[in-house]
Design a binder for this molecule. Sequence first.
Ligand SMILES: Nc1ncnc2c1ncn2[C@@H]1O[C@H](COP(=O)(O)OP(=O)(O)OP(=O)(O)O)[C@@H](O)[C@H]1O
Length: 363
Amino acid sequence: MSDAANSAPVLQVDGLVKHFAVTRGLIRRKTIGLVRAVEDVSFEIARGETLALVGESGCGKSTTGRLILRLMDPTAGSVRFKGKEIADLDKDALRRMRRHMQIIFQDPYASLNPRMTVGEILAEPLRVHEIGDDASRAARGRELLEIVGLLPEHARRYPHQFSGGQRQRIGIARALAANPDLIVCDEPVSALDVSIQAQIVNLLQNLQQRFGLSYLFIAHDLAVVKHISDRVAVMYLGKLVEIADKKTLYDRPLHPYTQALLAAIPKPDPALRTKRVMLQGDVPSPFRPPTGCRFHTRCPHAQARCSAEEPLLREAAPGHRVACHFFETIPAPTILARAGLANGKFAARLAAFEAAKTARAPG
Ligand SMILES: Nc1ncnc2c1ncn2[C@@H]1O[C@H](COP(=O)(O)OP(=O)(O)OP(=O)(O)O)[C@@H](O)[C@H]1O
């Protein structure tokens, strides 16, 4: 994180809620319930900071990202960008503000228009925001391609002429075009090979340093998040269950769900390996979330109170908040002296990712 990260937050999210209505009937549509995708989520991101938002599929990460960019309306809650409440902005002001908040998607191919050249794709956000003329937009496009490690002459090519990693670089260049302050990175490397993942993470880190960018980095892959984040927020079934700076969260996870997610990451020293806390079963449906603590149906430490009473996100230490009734008393993950208990597939991915990241091969 850069020094500038100590200044006022770029983004403040307070009590964000999104419920999707579930309807039935073809002619007379009737609401039969709500998918509680995001429930009372609050966090902030400082200038130059990366907050990772982590959790299993369907826990509400992407919806949170889209609510922040106002790509959909929230059911309740507040999103303030550089001190301004987004809900208060009229259509024109929202369009102007969007210039400063961008998104990078998981699948760059799906988000790049196949009929446009790369030059046209990069000029588009500038045209939408009425920045410059045709010549200056084309020049900016060529500059952006160099910034993300491609060649200026690539502007004449079409998205299908690039590899997955190169396409993600184009997606990043497009997000950078209008000089944003905040980029929502929605699983930007999940679809890429592990060696390419490392290159894209390196690129995002370099761009952050160079341009003072803030990132909300959405991911389910803790190996990637470990490298890029300053702080980590863990989400389960629409709710934040733990938030802390990276070191605290990785060294001293207090929520049983975070412990389970982190135990899947192997440590190089077998003596430091922790017993893998197996997550039982699938994530319950956000259509009918469990009562009390939403994690209680899968929690190895659940007690009667957990199904009856919803835990608040409480401060465990300054900057470290945990939503668990019993975090003070549940035991830390067991240390094992024996190797081989970590998740082998994950271990291999993490090792490959770290090797590739160190190699910093060109993309
Ligand atoms: N437009 C929608 N209408 C109804 N339900 C939706 C809609 N968008 C998302 N959901 C539901 O909201 C919940 C959260 O979805 P979301 O995509 O935010 O989760 P996620 O953590 O990003 O998962 P993934 O990694 O799979 O994208 C899911 O149960 C999803 O099915």
